[in-house]
Design a binder for this molecule. Structure first.
Ligand SMILES: Nc1nc2c(ncn2[C@@H]2O[C@H](COP(=O)(O)OP(=O)(O)OP(=O)(O)O)[C@@H](O)[C@H]2O)c(=O)[nH]1
Length: 503
């Protein structure tokens, strides 16, 4: 073989390798869907994010402001890039990645601001109550090797070769702090599960619904010739899973006619038909993007997005608010939490803890304070400090109590004096079945619900409530709670959901 032939072969091999590498990179990028506004803007012009199956939790700007796409945040450059795991993998953002510091909050000098009627709560770090100060800001460590470094038993690499660690030198501001509190930096660096592929990752949590609904239907449909009795059983299975009479009839009618007309034989074909029918019944084209992105750049005159979280007692409002804050922070957004649940002191503390964990400021009022004024204060504060999103957690209230429902209406109206409410998320407990539907109707009347969060789907065999709620209200289920863990909140994706049900 001549030298030129050898050279040609080598060149050809190199070209093939280069193509393979490029294709690999492109494919790995496709497996991961980012939450960035940029992508949404590219794929779904105008307003309303481009929700699509297989994506992470989709975020978008609310209706009113419409057009303005928030500026690209540096976070986009730091995470979910090459080498990161993709959908379904047990992935996590590396601890050492750069992230936005805590929001700019005033530090209390003395006793906690629990007495004023609407005090601004500063996220204190971990357990150390006394020094709310520096811990939060990792930047609090000035570039100088100076004091903090010597004392920092916990994190700061005691080595004198100091210049290496001070990651993001920031305003030295409080020289007072003798030593940075220990757990803080760690806490702030808390890892947040990637938002993409969560439904796939958490699909095992739907096992109860899968065995009753998914496996039940597959078993019946796959049994061969279906007589009237079999169809009744199919209907019963759907009803037991809380799909409701109307959806049940619609689904069985369609299955009957399609089975007859398509002449399906194999179990795979039947399964594919069932998938198609169930997905169609879930309104795959509904807009499920959570409108939690700001209108323009808040740092440049834009307005924060405002999200109101409502529902009856114990459905998971506070937990969902906290989980959503994490999703936003993971997306590089700054968040302020408004604790408008002034009934239950524990709820405020619970929210404050969520705030600490993501470095979000919490605005709270005294127990018994007017929730509307706390919500108003939160939105004002959020605008003043130019956060991207204000999440307001409201008190649980029975939909049957007129006075409490009026109060909720007032909360929304008062907030609207200060800012547009972009999203009203109704949190429903999936285990409560039909009652959830009644709640949804009443809440929708009072505050014009724009999206539903169905929680505790992990503990029920009645996952079919999703179908019914959407059908009855015409409001999309946007998020589902699949556990008590901080990242057990997933976007609702009809295809992935049905796949999880069918096992
Ligand atoms: N299994 C499971 N538990 C959940 C989920 N979401 C919330 N919870 C739990 O439900 C309980 C109530 O949650 P909260 O967030 O306090 O509910 P809330 O609606 O704020 O309660 P009130 O303020 O009293 O109305 C807590 O124990 C949560 O951990 C979920 O998706 N799955």
């Amino acid at each position: 073989m001549s030298t030129s032939n050898v050279i040609l072969i080598v060149v050809a091999v190199l070209v093939v390798l280069a193509i393979a590498v490029v294709a690999g990179v492109v494919l790995s990028r496709r497996r991961r869907i980012s939450l960035s506004q940029k992508e949404e803007a590219a794929e779904a012009p105008a307003k309303g994010g481009g929700y699509r199956t297989g994506s992470g939790i989709s975020l978008s700007s609310g209706g009113g402001g419409g057009t303005a796409a928030p500026p690209a945040h540096p976070v986009e450059e730091r995470t979910e890039v090459e080498g990161q795991p993709g959908v379904g993998d047990d992935a996590a953002v590396p601890r050492d990645t750069e992230r936005r510091g805590i929001v700019d909050v005033p530090l209390p000098d003395g006793p906690p601001a629990a007495d004023s009627s609407t005090a601004v709560e500063v996220p204190e770090q971990g357990t150390a109550p006394a020094e709310p100060v520096a811990p939060a800001e990792p930047p609090a460590a000035p570039p100088e090797p100076a004091e903090p470094a010597e004392r920092a038993e916990p994190s700061a690499p005691a080595e004198p070769a100091a210049p290496a660690e001070p990651a993001e030198p920031v305003a030295p501001a409080e020289p007072v702090v003798p030593k940075p509190a220990e757990p803080t930096a760690e806490e702030l660096a808390e890892e947040i599960e990637p938002t993409s592929g969560r439904l796939e990752r958490l699909r095992g949590r739907l096992s109860r619904s899968r065995s009753t609904l998914g496996q039940g239907l597959l078993g019946l449909l796959g049994a061969g010739d279906l007589d009237e009795e079999s169809w009744e059983e199919i209907e019963d299975t759907l009803l037991m899973a809380d799909l409701g009479a109307a959806t049940t009839t619609e689904i069985t009618d369609r299955l009957r006619s399609e089975l007859a007309s398509r002449g399906l034989r194999t179990s795979e074909q039947v399964r594919a038909l069932l998938r198609e029918v169930l997905v169609d019944a879930l309104g795959p084209d509904m807009q499920r993007s959570v409108q939690a992105l700001p209108h323009g750049d808040p740092a440049d005159g834009g307005k924060p997005a405002v999200v109101l979280v409502v529902g009856v007692n114990g459905t998971g409002k506070t937990t969902t608010t906290g989980k959503l804050a994490r999703v936003l922070v993971a997306d590089g957004r700054t968040v302020l939490l408004g604790a408008a649940d002034t009934f239950r002191a524990a709820a405020v503390e619970q929210l404050a803890t969520w705030g600490e964990r993501v470095g979000a400021e919490v605005v709270r009022g005294n127990e018994g304070a007017d929730p509307a004024s706390v919500a108003f204060e939160a939105v004002s504060r959020g605008s003043d400090t130019a956060v991207d999103t204000v999440l307001i957690d409201t008190a649980g209230r029975l939909h049957t109590k007129t006075g409490l429902m009026d109060e909720l209406g007032k909360v929304k109206r008062v907030v609207e004096k200060r800012a547009q409410v972009d999203e009203v998320l109704l949190v429903l407990d999936a285990t409560t079945g039909q009652n959830g539907l009644t709640q949804a109707r009443v809440f929708s009347d009072v505050v014009d619900v724009t999206g539903i969060v169905l929680t505790k789907l992990d503990g029920t065999a009645k996952g079919g409530i999703v179908f019914q709620v959407q059908r009855e209200l015409g409001v999309p289920v946007k998020l589902v709670g699949l556990g008590e863990g901080p990242d057990d909140l997933a976007p609702f994706e009809p295809g992935a959901f049905v796949d999880a049900l069918l096992g």
